[in-house]
Each structure stands twice: as C-alpha cells, then as structure tokens.
Design a protein around this ligand. Structure first.
Ligand SMILES: [Zn+2]
Length: 183
C-alpha cells in the first residue's frame, strides 16, 4: 500500500500523521543507515517488549536500502529521514491495510512482519523509489512486490534461505519457495 506521492502531502496531513504516530508507552530508537549517497536517519517506534523485533526491522531496513541503492543505482530519493512504526493493526482511512508508506512514516503490523519475514517491510520501503503516479498505482505495487525477489536472486541481499522463502511465500510464490529447500 502506498500513500506517498512524491512528498506532496498537504501540511495538515503531515501534522495529523505526526500527532497519531505511535501509541502511549511506545519506545523510540534512532539509527543512521549509511548509504553511499548519504546517511539516512531512521527512527523506529514500537511497543515495549518488542526490542528484538525493532532490531530485526532496523537491520532489514539497512540491508534493503543499501541493496536498492546498489541495484537501482539511484540515491535514496526521499529528503531527510523517516520513521517506522510497529503496531497491531495498520489502518488507512478506516480500512485495514497491513502496511503503508506515508512518506515521512512507514507503518507495519507486527504480525505481518515477524522476525525473519521482512517481505512487507521491503515492499513499503521500495515505495520510496516507486511511489506510483495516479492511475498507475498498480504498476508500482507490482514492482515493489517483485523487487525483493530480484534483489535476493541477484544476491544484493544477505543470502538467508529462510528470508528468501519468506519473501516468496508472502507474495504467493509457494512453488518457488518449496524449490529453495532442495538447494
Ligand atoms: Zn504498496
């Protein structure tokens, strides 16, 4: 799901996003992801007790942004940094979407991004590169779902078989996922 339209969100919406970010008692960590083009500040907001999840998400974010930069040969396109928010349910306009890229903020559900299964996170992060023009959102959705498979096969991502299986399974490529076990 993508709601990021080249950072042209109206200021009032950005204010609302900031206002609803996280939940009472949430923990915030900050990290810098060093890319070749520049250092990208990444903040993560998560519930107490999910520190292991937060580490996994930050490590996966770092791996994936580096892989995108190297494979696409494009500098990270968003200005400044962004925040990743973990939550039980991710809603957009009252509808459950599982994950969303709002520009300054990526929101993902804990249950859909468990440790070892970064496929949905990868999808949302890739929306920074492929936001989708009006009328062509379907094309961006396809690209950002397929890109992790390309990056895995091309070894731009750490070669964890479990992660690759998770990426395949997440997007319905069950046959490819099962074939990986025989190697
Ligand atoms: Zn999407």
């Amino acid at each position: 799901m993508n709601f990021f339209k080249n950072a042209r969100l109206p200021a009032v919406l950005l204010f609302c996003v900031a206002a609803v970010q996280g939940h009472p008692g949430d923990i915030e960590w900050e990290r810098v992801v060093p890319l070749e083009s520049r250092d990208v500040p990444v903040r993560i907001v998560f519930a107490e007790g999910r520190e292991g999840w937060a580490e996994f998400i930050l490590d996966s974010t770092s791996d994936y942004l580096r892989a995108c930069e190297q494979y696409l040969r494009l500098a990270f396109p968003a200005s400044g940094g962004f925040t990743i928010v973990g939550e039980e349910k991710t809603l957009l306009r009252g509808r459950r979407v599982g994950g969303v890229n709002l520009g300054r903020e990526v929101r993902v559900e804990y249950g859909l991004t468990p440790i070892g299964r970064p496929a949905l996170l990868y999808h949302e992060l890739a929306h920074y590169y492929f936001g989708g023009r009006p009328g062509l959102e379907w094309l961006a959705e396809g690209i950002v779902s397929f890109l992790p498979i390309v990056l895995s096969e091309a070894r731009f991502l750490p070669p964890g078989i479990a992660e690759r299986q998770g990426i395949y399974r997440h997007w319905g490529f069950r046959l490819l996922s099962s074939l990986l076990r025989s190697f």
